[in-house]
Ligand binder design. Structure first.
Ligand code: GAP
Length: 434
């Protein structure tokens, strides 16, 4: 059975994937903390993105720019003037809502009254703070609402120091902040979140080719990591949806319980950003093409994904319940690369003759794999717990193990069990987990 929204929220809380931020003080809406399992899953999603976008390519390099940047960056990028959503307020119940997300622009979804909205005003989504002890207008800075601008303002630093020639990309993973009018749907839309963005700089005449190329690459990344193709689609933006910088955008969308919604946008940003930063900073950010003896602004193709949102989608996609005899089993069929724990080591009893060698085995395997050792409860319940958190293999150390130097390895998806001798265990696991 496919997952419902409540299944994922309940699992996240019960098993320690995601907690409400500041929960002991009543909770801070629209910010979340990632618990022991959530932080591993999120980290694996980001690592896989980095691996495919940076490590496996010779034309993309990485960057980690500051969250706090000069206010000028956001003036030049157009965010100060145009990074807004239309805000309306209901004069009956005082709800503040995003006009463009309402099913009926005349009816308040909170109280059901018609014609109670104030005139829409454009609300800027950037968070403000101050640098230094004085809270003055000159000291005001924004928390970045996207990681992308950190890449554009470092374009020349990166190109020069790494002697890069077009086409090449700069990739970055990090936190972004948006003062969303209507955050919600758990970690789908939050005010603090993580992005995985890459800016790919190319000759203007090649931008359409690279646009198509990156759409395909990015779609295939989700499929390669086990996301069901039935839950994924590519949707081109209509002209009236395009951001102020975009000449064309497609979204990679996931079938969430409330309908298709965005995981990632792939945009053709043309030369908008480099031109803007050249004009505002006075630095010439044009590229000098030695072979053609030409100076021009590169065009940019941007695949921009949400790390936290994508993690949520992988959780939804992997969640299954199935009947096993009289029992209902919940299993997270996560790709092995994404699973928080790759292994669980389960001594059959708490007796020292099993706990001690099982602990030594766990220490040996820890060197290579993120694992959990679990000594509580009956073995059946421990298997169910590992299924529910997506652990691909459970290794049971039993009374026979003491004599035959072998363990039982249970497969999460098939529930099949193999008896594997300890001297073959690493080879057995690396065949299946690499
Ligand atoms: N640099 C382009 C850019 O930021 P975007 O479509 O606004 O484009 C890219 O954001 C991705 O970041 C989105 O597809 C989404 O996955 C994620 N994202 C944006 N706002 C978010 C929010 N409030 N909460 C969680 N993820 C968000």
């Amino acid at each position: 059975m496919p997952a419902t929204f409540d299944d994922i929220v309940n699992l996240s809380k019960r098993r320690g994937f995601v907690f409400q931020s500041s929960e002991i003080y009543g909770g801070l809406r629209s910010a979340y903390d990632y618990g022991p399992l959530g932080v591993l899953l999120l980290r694996n999603v980001k690592d896989e993105w980095w691996r495919s976008m940076v490590q496996m390519r010779d034309d993309v390099v990485g960057l980690d720019s500051a969250i706090l940047q000069s206010r000028e960056v956001w003036v030049a990028s157009g965010h100060e003037a145009a990074f807004t959503d239309p805000l309306v307020e209901c004069t009956n119940c005082n709800s503040r809502l995003r006009l463009d997300k309402l099913d009926d622009p005349d009816v308040c979804p909170s109280c059901g009254k018609r014609g109670t909205f104030t005139e829409a005003k454009q609300f800027n989504l950037m968070f403000r703070t101050h640098m230094g002890p004085v809270e003055s207008a000159e000291n005001m800075v924004y928390l970045r609402p996207e990681t992308a601008q950190g890449i554009f303002i470092n374009y020349e630093n990166v190109r020069r120091t790494n002697r890069l020639k077009l086409p090449f990309g700069i990739a970055q993973v990090g936190k972004s902040f948006r003062n969303e009018i209507t955050p919600g749907q758990f970690v789908f839309r939050t005010r603090e979140f993580e992005q995985m963005e890459m800016e790919f700089f190319c000759h203007p005449s090649e931008s359409n080719t690279w646009f198509e190329y990156w759409i395909e690459q990015r779609h295939d990344w989700y499929i390669d990591l086990g996301m069901s193709s039935d839950h994924l689609r590519i949707r081109p933006h209509d002209a009236d949806e395009l951001s102020h910088y975009s000449a064309g955008t497609v979204d990679v969308e996931f079938a969430f319980p409330w309908g298709w919604d965005e995981l990632e946008g792939i945009a053709n940003r043309t030369d908008f950003d480099l031109r803007q930063h050249s004009d505002h900073s006075g630095q010439d950010l044009r590229y000098f093409d030695q072979e053609a003896n030409q100076r021009y602004y590169p065009h940019v193709i941007e695949p921009a994904a949400g790390a936290t949102r994508t993690t949520f989608a992988f959780l939804m996609d992997a969640y299954h319940t199935e009947q096993v005899g009289e029992d209902t089993r919940t299993v997270l069929r996560l790709d092995h690369r994404l699973a928080p724990y790759k292994l669980a080591v389960l001594p059959l009893s708490k007796k020292p003759e099993l706990i001690e060698p099982a602990t030594r085995l766990a220490e040996r395997l820890r060197n290579r794999y993120m694992l959990e050792m679990d000594i509580t409860q009956a073995i059946g319940r421990r298997y169910r717990r590992q299924d529910e958190i997506g652990t691909p293999y459970c290794i049971t150390y039993d009374f026979d193990s003491v004599d035959d130097d072998a363990v039982t390895v249970r497969d999460r998806d098939t529930m099949a069990q193999d008896r594997v001798s300890l001297d073959r265990l690493e080879a057995y696991l690396s065949e299946r987990l690499s």
